[in-house]
Design a protein around this ligand. Structure first.
Ligand SMILES: [Fe+2]
Ligand SMILES: [Fe+2]
Length: 365
């Protein structure tokens, strides 16, 4: 192995290298231990029994290993193979000690995963240089690994920060909708929390449940595009007004479409489909069953339950029992039967959502 034309004396090792030494001959062990120490390797653990050495390698992360070939219990080749199979040992330098005439064994050792050889009788100067080089190789590997770990942490942190800003912007947009239509104040947060409960009950991944929670906050964002007359009307709608009101789904989809953000794409899907019916009788497109995205099917149940149990200018609030009965009665008609079942299973947890304050992420209302 070539490490460039730099004197090895110019590259002092900064970390303590751990060396595992395995040889059944005590005087060889002593000699190799001395050699390692004079090569700058301070932490040397010596074993005469290869099985014990293997056990120790399982517990401790060594940086360098020197193995004899002929040993009772387990030969050096087998030991190298076993060590290479351990986690964290894929690139640890392993040196095999052989005699000059053991060429075939050298080939087999390379095959088993040996990195280098020392031949007996050991030339002390050569062996010292080899060990220094291998120790430096290991140190560089360790530094690269530490740097890769550090980079991974930084990338993770940056992604997390970006997601938080994304969440905050979404929340503030949801708040803009609430200001426009005060009758739905707290409705958005309760729908979002209920949707997350339902997604969890349906066995969805944690990341999806969290995305759904954030995205649901914008399910009625299209109401920003409705006229005041329509939005604040308390009496029954004419057919034309009803059509305009129903357009809040498509307006919401337009506001949110084409985003690079996964959460905002999910929000667009929900805005467009949260008034679709399982049997195809909903709006805006009359989609049916699985053609309605799961997010829309979930938010539909959460939205209707919250709307029914809330007082509106044109209706009194239903009791939670009546609203739950409505959802059960309309499973397979208005609602996805699986989502309706998830609702009944999470009913008592969903009831608690109504008792909690409606401010997500700790923002003041
Ligand atoms: Fe809506
Ligand atoms: Fe809603």
């Amino acid at each position: 192995m070539f490490l460039g034309y730099v004197s090895i004396k110019q590259l002092p090792m900064e970390t303590v290298m751990k060396l595992l030494l395995v040889d059944d001959n005590p005087s060889n062990l002593f000699m190799l231990g001395k050699l390692a120490q004079s090569s700058g390797i301070a932490d040397v653990q010596s074993f005469r029994d290869p099985l014990q050495a293997l056990e120790e390698a399982r517990q401790t992360r060594f940086d360098l290993i020197i193995v004899d070939y002929m040993m009772p219990g387990m030969d050096g080749l087998t030991l190298i193979r076993e060590v290479r199979n351990l986690p964290d040992y894929i690139d640890v330098p392993i040196v095999m000690v052989t005699t000059v005439d053991q060429r075939e064994i050298c080939y087999a050792a390379l095959e088993a995963g040996a990195t280098d050889f020392l031949t007996k009788p050991v030339d002390m100067a050569e062996a010292k240089a080899r060990l220094r080089n291998l120790a430096m190789l290991r140190e560089m590997q360790n530094k690269l690994r530490d740097r890769a770990d550090w980079l991974q942490t930084e990338v993770h942190k940056a992604t997390h920060d970006r997601l938080s800003v994304e969440e905050e912007v979404i929340l503030r947009l949801a708040r803009a909708v609430e200001r426009r239509d005060p009758s739905i104040a707290s409705h958005l947060v309760r729908v979002a929390r209920t949707a997350r409960e339902l997604a969890e009950e349906l066995g969805q991944a944690e990341s999806y449940c969290q995305d759904l929670y954030i995205a649901s906050l914008m399910h009625d964002i299209g109401k920003l595009g409705l006229s005041d007359d329509l939005l604040y009307k308390t009496g029954p709608y004419t057919a034309d007004e009803r059509r305009q009101m129903q357009a809040h789904t498509l307006i919401g989809g337009e506001i949110l479409e084409g985003s690079r953000s996964r959460v905002i794409r999910l929000a667009a899907e929900i805005a467009e489909t949260h008034h679709e019916f399982w049997n195809g009788a909903g709006y805006p497109r009359g989609l049916k069953e699985a053609a309605i995205p799961l997010s829309g099917r979930i938010v539909s149940v959460a939205d209707v339950f919250d709307a029914l149990t809330s007082e509106r200018p044109y209706k009194a609030a239903w009791t939670a029992e009546d609203a739950a009965r409505y959802i059960a009665d309309n499973a397979g008609l208005q609602f996805d039967p699986d989502v309706a079942r998830a609702f009944s299973l999470r009913y008592f947890r969903i009831l608690k959502i109504r008792e909690q304050a409606g401010t997500p992420f700790g923002f003041a209302a």
